[in-house]
Design a protein around this ligand. Structure first.
Ligand SMILES: Cc1cc2nc3c(=O)[nH]c(=O)nc-3n(C[C@H](O)[C@H](O)[C@H](O)COP(=O)(O)OP(=O)(O)OC[C@H]3O[C@@H](n4cnc5c(N)ncnc54)[C@H](O)[C@@H]3O)c2cc1C
Length: 296
């Protein structure tokens, strides 16, 4: 029995550049977007039983996929599992819901707490996995509980503490959880005030970030006591280019795809930045974005 006899939406040799914000990456052998939790569980069971490796993705806004693509299966948790519901002062979202949309729904319901997330283009699942944050607020500050499948495909509800949130990390990677959804605890506030804060954050992003070019946001984590973008700028690397990958002229913490970048260009540029910043300032820059597949 073939995989697509069992799961109708399975695609083969799917170009990952169509699914990532960097717009690079070779083909995934198998690409699957489940309609619901039942299909997701059945698919994971199937690939496990058949020793097919798999990775999860949300909106692909924090990853660089290798030009060689991905051997095995990619499970995209996206629009098909993206319901959002408000119950009193809580926002309940499925893993595929996008942060900007969820933030808008919260704002329309006069609920404050998600303003910081309104310009982060990821999914709820990706944001919980990364503990995404901006302007001094992170997912950990608003999460009440998270529904996951554990590595044995058991359904579990984790309380905030059990997510072990840290700077751009959580228990999701450590224990191999699949995030299904979450409940966020928000606060009642004036709709106009919420909207004003969202507009202010949006203006700040528009003026500081290269939002008109493909990227995956900040490439590096913030090293203690420094800002990655400032170190890169001070190392004289603004605008430095390898192939189609460029250190953004607008924000040195971003790498942008100028049009025809290969994933290898981005990878080589990351290595060049890490080497140069270390030589100049003795600071090791660690990537925030995830490198998926083979680069060496
Ligand atoms: C222009 C721009 C601005 C950005 N600004 C910010 C910012 O201000 N702050 C910030 O923190 N980030 C920012 N980012 C990065 C990115 O949007 C966030 O990290 C976001 O949370 C990633 O979500 P995603 O759905 O795209 O994840 P993906 O890139 O699809 O995946 C990221 C990781 O999460 C895992 N994952 C995804 N979904 C699930 C799931 N359901 N269960 C388990 N694991 C899962 C994946 O396996 C992968 O390891 C920005 C990106 C861009 C392009």
């Amino acid at each position: 029995m073939q995989l697509n006899d069992l799961f109708s939406s399975v695609k083969y040799d799917e170009p990952m550049k169509n699914h990532t914000s960097f717009k690079v990456g070779g083909n995934a052998d198998i690409f699957f977007e489940p309609e619901n939790i039942r299909e997701l569980v059945e698919f994971i069971k199937y690939v496990k039983e058949n020793s097919i490796p798999y990775i999860l993705m949300g909106n692909g806004t924090n990853m660089v996929v290798s030009d060689e693509g991905i051997r095995g299966a990619v499970i995209k948790l996206g629009d098909k599992m993206s319901a959002v519901e408000i119950i009193e002062d809580r926002l309940i979202a499925q893993c595929g819901a996008k942060l900007p949309e969820a933030a808008k729904i919260a704002a329309c319901s006069s609920l404050s707490g998600m303003e910081f997330a309104s310009g982060i283009p990821g999914s709820i699942g990706g944001a919980l996995s990364m503990n995404a944050g901006a302007y001094g607020v992170e997912m950990k500050d608003i999460v009440e509980k998270v529904e996951v499948l554990d590595s044995n495909l058991e359904y579990r509800v984790l309380q905030n503490k059990e997510m072990e949130f840290g700077y751009r990390k959580s228990a999701v990677d450590k224990y191999g959880y699949t995030v299904l959804g979450c409940t966020l605890k928000l606060k009642r506030a004036n709709k106009a005030d919420i909207k004003m804060l969202m507009d202010e954050y949006s203006d700040r992003r528009q003026s500081k970030q290269p939002l008109n070019m493909p990227s995956a946001g900040s490439v590096f984590k913030r090293p203690e006591g420094y800002y990655a973008g400032k170190l890169i700028e001070d190392a004289g690397l603004r605008g430095y280019t390898i192939g189609g990958a460029q250190i953004s002229e607008k924000h040195c913490g971003f790498i942008v795809n100028t049009g025809d970048a290969a994933a290898k260009d981005i990878y080589n540029l990351i290595k060049h930045i890490q080497r140069t910043v270390y030589e100049r300032f003795g600071v090791k820059l660690e990537t925030e974005i995830r490198l998926i597949g083979r680069f060496e």
